[in-house]
Design a protein around this ligand. Sequence first.
Ligand code: ADP
Length: 567
Amino acid sequence: MFSKFGPYISSIFVLFLLFALGNIFFFYYNLRSINNNENWVQHTLIVKSALANTLQAVTDAETGERGYLISGDKNFLVPYNQALPQIKQDIESVQSLTIDNPVQQKRIPLLKKLANTRIVYLKKAITLQDQKDLTASQAFTFVNQGRKIMNQLRDVIVIMQSEEDTLLQQRETSTERNYSIVYITSLIIGFLNIIFIILAFYLLRQELDKRNEIKMALEAREKRFRALIENGYEGFALIKVSGEITYVSPSVKKILGFTSNEYIKFDRFDRLRPEDAEKMKNIYATLKPNKIITTTLQFKHKSNKWIWIENISSNKINDPNIKAIVVNFRDVTERREEEKRKDEFISMASHELKTPITVMKMFLDILQNQISIYKDKKAEKYLSTLKGQTNKLRELTADLLDISRIQTGKLTFHQENFLVEKIVKEALEELRPTMERHMLVYKKGPDMKVYIDRFRIFQVLTNLITNAAKYSPNARRIIVTVEKANNQAIVSVKDYGIGINKSQQEKIFEKLYQVTDTKEKTFPGLGMGLFISQEIIQRHGGRIWVESKKEKGSTFYFSLPIVVQKL
Ligand code: ADP
């Protein structure tokens, strides 16, 4: 439930830190003001004692003077003489101590005045006594006036002291208040800190639990993947471009017979047929990053038996987590053998079919001649349908035979020098009558001699043109062009039909490949024509390719090397 706080953990800790800083500042501020208050309390006490000292000094002077007046003994003037500077000093100290208090400052001149007046009277009495002129009535007057002034002075000092007492009271109350604030807030802060710590612990615990859970889930997934890789019938290997194996899954034992520890010591090209090893080296050296290539090669099993292995190699050199070519490999020997059996069957079946079809065709020709005598239109129509279907059967069997010849390397050619022009023209002439809905347009090129098997090139042209007609049911024109480029004769067949997706343009030249989307399903065929055409053209030293856009038509090209005339 707390995991939803996960993303805010940093913010919560920043908040906590700010709170702690706030605490420090708060305590510092309060303790400082307590300290200040205490200093002020001290100060007030000093002021009070200075005021008391002042009064004391005046009283001392008065007592000394009185002793002298009564006894005439000069010894009584010692405290008097000591008190005079003391009075001045004490008043000055009161003045400087209360400099911050304007109310007290206002009272200082009165205090000074009263003290001075008192001293003047004292001095007058002492002078008269010195001259022995002091009468009893004068002494009485001085004492009387002195008492009055002394009373006034005392009143001022009492007022000033009570002012200081009030201040003292205020400062003590403020200190007390500050103390209780500090107490209460330290309790609250302490309590909040405990809540924060509990919360932080809880959040951390939650986060740790969550991480633990994720870690365990990851580990479980890793184990599952590892088990899949290690126990499957498919091998995985990581290899360097040089062929050095850096990892191979234990399933290699089921495939090649070696344990992964044994196999890792090999090179990926070891245990291949030498020509295949060369081929693979080239493939890996030129395999671009993130490209995938599938190869099916023979490997020598630990038992020294040759087995067929299909490798899907994907270049992940640029992936920082892999930095290798990833190879998935599996034993396809059984599949290959089954394919071989199928190929052999097709080869045998097409051979077996060839003779009866030829015989059928021969007898159909004879029958056609016979029937023409009876002028039976219906019978002639049936017969011509029968001949047409027999022809299709013958073409199919011929294609099947060609495929098995290609596979067994038995497709042979009888080559001669021919003008491209001538072959193309002948093909067009032969095909035109069979085109019911299409118009064949011919764009002639320069005279070019090529060294070819005439019938085979004818076969290629027929295949391309009949395809163009078959896959453009809603268009009329098919354009056949002959051109010259780079010492090659280029023949192209253009239609305005259904077109081919980019992703399928290379695949259509593979054996038995047909584009399978719902639309194409309606076109009959077996996917043999382009495979055979490619073999024928490549064996003539040429190239076959297509340029096409879905729904916009296709142009098939093939090139043939021009024969250079010797002078
Ligand atoms: P088939 O035509 O008998 O199926 P091909 O080998 O001649 O076999 O052609 C292979 C596939 O290529 C066809 O099934 C078709 O999908 C595609 N194809 C060939 N020619 C054309 C074309 N002119 N326009 C569109 N698709 C074509």
